[in-house]
Write a protein of this length. Structure first.
Length: 76
């Protein structure tokens, strides 16, 4: 029963962290329907729900670029 707690040192930490749906995702999906989006918080890496307007603000407001930099990806 090793590795019950996933710590940042674990090689799959980022992969698992970025694939877990955020708390309240079901309620957001019921409220927003097909317009539910998930964005990664640049400070924590945790996903959060976002409306279409919040998604556009995330992409064009710089949060997406911050997240890419954190992941070591090239920002265009």
């Amino acid at each position: 029963m090793a590795n019950l707690i996933m710590l940042p040192e674990h090689p799959l930490f980022e992969v698992i962290l970025s694939s877990v749906k955020p708390p309240g995702w079901r309620q957001a999906s019921e409220r927003l329907g097909d317009e539910t989006n998930y964005v990664a918080d640049p400070e924590t890496g945790l996903l959060r729900t976002a409306t279409p307007d919040e998604l556009m603000d995330y992409v064009w407001g710089g949060e997406y670029d911050e997240r890419l930099e954190q992941l070591g990806e090239e920002v265009s």
